[in-house]
Design a protein around this ligand. Structure first.
Ligand SMILES: [Cu+2]
Length: 107
């Protein structure tokens, strides 16, 4: 099994586990060095799952006060989630690709 396929399987497994744990979540893909949506709206305590569907590494983060997070390096096929517990608008970016940006609106 090659590494890319293995990490894709791992990502799918992670998403399945997270989905069982909490149905209240949104998925955002990174594809073509863009986020799949400019904005997602969630309720407080819900999760946003970032899925790297690209062939390059992404590093998704936010420095917005109270809504900070850093998912470190997400290899191709990997997924990682953030649970937002405070209301506000998180400006989300990629540390590697300056043009990648979106908002998470926590209501
Ligand atoms: Cu990126």
């Amino acid at each position: 099994m090659n590494r890319l396929f293995a990490s894709a399987l791992l990502a799918l497994g992670l998403v399945a586990i997270l989905e069982n744990a909490n149905a209240a979540q949104q998925h955002v893909a990174a594809l073509g060095k863009r986020f799949s949506t400019p904005e997602v709206r969630i309720a407080s305590k819900e999760m946003v799952i970032f899925i790297n569907q690209d062939k390059v590494v992404h590093q998704v983060f936010s420095t917005t006060e109270g809504l900070r997070f850093n998912l470190k390096r997400l290899p191709p096929g990997a997924a990682s989630g953030v649970r937002f517990t405070k209301r506000g608008v998180a400006e989300v970016r990629c540390a590697i690709h300056r043009d990648m940006h979106m908002k998470v609106v926590v209501e």
